[in-house]
Design a binder for this molecule. Structure first.
Ligand SMILES: Nc1ncnc2c1ncn2[C@@H]1O[C@H](COP(=O)(O)OP(=O)(O)OP(=O)(O)O)[C@@H](O)[C@H]1O
Ligand SMILES: [Mg+2]
Length: 93
């Protein structure tokens, strides 16, 4: 909480793949993924009980998807939390 973390690496290094794994849009062949205190993937299986709820917690802007030009960057990021989960703007940001 309160930290900003950057993932830096060469093109093709796996940054986007990592983000897709955190949302379970991509499922790894092995390893464990933990988000906060919840293990969402382990032993080759999805361990997350509520996929929709997980995705409401993890805002993601896709690399090759257009942002909404009428919204600020932060508003694009919190769009899913505000509209899908009904979380207020202040809490979502
Ligand atoms: N499901 C998959 N199985 C095998 N390889 C994959 C899979 N998904 C992605 N890759 C490969 O993993 C590599 C990492 O790609 P990725 O797009 O995550 O890199 P990136 O760090 O985001 O690169 P860029 O800086 O260009 O955006 C690429 O070679 C990609 O083709
Ligand atoms: Mg990428």
């Amino acid at each position: 909480t309160g930290k900003i973390v950057s993932i830096i690496g060469q093109s093709g290094g796996g940054k986007t793949t990592l983000m897709r794994c955190v949302n379970l849009l991509e499922r790894p062949d092995q390893g464990t993924i933990t988000v906060g205190d919840e293990t969402i993937f382990a032993d080759g299986e999805v361990a997350c009980r509520n996929l929709a709820k997980l995705r409401q917690r993890v805002g993601m802007v896709f690399q090759r998807f257009n942002l909404f030009p009428h919204l600020r960057a932060v508003e694009n990021v919190v769009l899913a939390q505000m509209h899908a989960a009904g979380i207020g703007e202040r809490e979502a940001v």
